[in-house]
Design a binder for this molecule. Structure first.
Ligand code: MTE
Ligand code: MO
Length: 425
């Protein structure tokens, strides 16, 4: 993935305030006035077509699909980030979703060598290296271990990477859509490792995928024994092929590339392997040319999903702002929202379950009379860590980075309700 900037947009707070005061921008009144029901034929008290005829029977959809009116709600890619579809990404349509769970068919995908088609009957998981007895498990063997259900977010280290130097992509789907949050059913990795028996010098594991990329990463043993899962179900049903069917490693709170899909082998060792995906990729290049070695936990982050460039404001008056927040180090304790580019902050309302290392949903109800807004959200996690501004991040990490951008996002709402991606300084 290239870090080339395409038309970065930068708005100063002064520019914004003068635009707001002068009311210079043309107001597109049509886009913000609610449509009067009387202007539309066929609405109540008229009887609509769908009330006059029988609907489809129970056999119409053996596996249910969304309404055809929701056909625009899909994963999308960015053409200039898609050199080849087998080694690429698409993005979760965050602006169309609510609550904390990502539906299976909308979880973003990141593949280094396409979606492996794995037959579960022939799939095996091998444990080797510094263990008392190397073992090979069938899927049926895995299903005989005690299992657990946990909700976790997965965020690619490159999420928001294109935004590091300046505002670029117009839509939270593209700026923040490399995250999903799913309920996994799986076996604690600890149980399977204990079955093989860890040697006293065991310090690291290296999970490896069965895809053509043979994707692998070094994971410290402490993490493996703490909360990692061998997951076989997502949101109650079998993992989707895109998400690693039939078996994937879940590494809660840590960068997505460690969550090896189509998991076929775990080697136990006494030091990290320094594989391709933890050297040439997924390290952060600092200003002085050195790289940060490992950055595992995904720091606390949030984004306003509505309004956002793909979801403009359509009505004056009462409006609901919504967004999501997450932290790789715990729960999200608080989310603050600003309507004026970070001058004034108000507490947002976190609603729905609050799980460790999972997405949290927040809302902020506000009144809008067509004035320009600079929307920001700032999350604070259970360790007390406050999501930084992008300028604060760049002050520490320089401008060479792609990965691990958890800076505050700004959306500029114009007088007509349109929203664009900007930065304030
Ligand atoms: N075997 C394998 N595992 C993999 C990958 C891969 O290409 N092959 N991509 C990794 C990366 S970089 C990320 S961000 C996540 C993406 O998970 P998802 O496709 O479920 O969103 O899977 C990780 N696990
Ligand atoms: Mo990733």
């Amino acid at each position: 993935m290239s870090a080339t900037k395409k038309n970065p947009v930068r708005t100063t707070r002064r520019q914004f305030l003068s635009a707001a005061a002068g009311g210079g921008a043309a107001v597109t009144a049509q886009s913000i006035l609610p449509v009067s029901a009387a202007e539309i034929e066929g609405l109540p008290p008229e009887v609509a077509d769908w009330s006059r005829y029988l609907g489809e029977g129970v056999d119409a959809y053996p596996y249910g699909q969304p309404s055809k009116f929701e056909s625009h709600v899909v994963r999308r890619n960015v053409p200039w980030l898609t050199a080849s579809v087998e080694s690429s990404i698409n993005f979760t349509p965050l602006h169309e979703l609510d609550g904390i769970i990502t539906p299976n068919g909308l979880c973003f995908e990141r593949h280094h060598a396409g979606v492996a088609e794995v037959d579960p009957a022939e799939h095996r998981l091998m444990i080797n290296g510094l263990v008392e007895k190397p073992l090979i498990f069938t899927m049926a063997d895995i299903l005989r271990f005690p299992r657990t259900n946990k909700v976790f977010f997965l965020e690619c280290a490159a999420n928001s990477g294109m935004e590091w130097r300046g505002a670029q992509l117009n839509g939270c789907q593209f700026t923040h859509g490399m995250v999903h949050c799913v309920m996994y059913t799986g076996v604690p990795l600890k149980l399977v490792l204990q079955e093989a028996g860890l040697k006293t010098n065991a310090k690291w594991i290296m999970p490896e995928g069965a895809d053509a990329a043979g994707m692998n990463r070094s994971v410290p043993l402490d993490k493996a024994l703490d909360d990692c899962l061998l997951a076989f179900k997502m949101n109650g049903e079998a993992l989707r092929p895109e998400q690693g069917y039939p078996l994937r490693l879940v590494v809660p709170g840590w960068e997505g590339n460690m969550w090896v899909k189509w998991l076929r082998r775990i080697e136990v060792g006494d030091q990290p392997w320094h594989t391709r995906e933890e050297t040439s990729k997924y390290t952060d290049l600092l200003e002085d040319g050195r790289s940060r070695r490992f950055t595992w936990a995904m720091d606390c982050k949030s984004v306003i999903t509505n309004p956002s460039p793909q979801a403009p404001l359509l009505h004056k008056g009462h409006n609901v702002l919504s967004g999501m927040a997450w932290s790789g180090r715990g729960t999200v304790e608080r989310v603050d929202v600003s309507l004026d580019g970070g001058r004034n902050w108000r507490h947002a309302r976190i609603d729905g379950p609050s799980f460790d290392k999972a997405v949290h949903r927040f809302y902020f109800e506000f009144d809008w009379q067509g004035e320009p807004l600079l929307l920001q959200s700032r999350a604070i996690d259970s360790t007390g860590y406050v999501q930084p501004t992008k300028d604060e991040l760049r002050a520490v990490r320089g401008t060479n980075s792609i990965y691990h951008n958890n800076g505050v996002q700004t959306w500029h709402v114009r007088a007509g309700g349109e929203v664009e991606n900007v930065e304030v300084s």
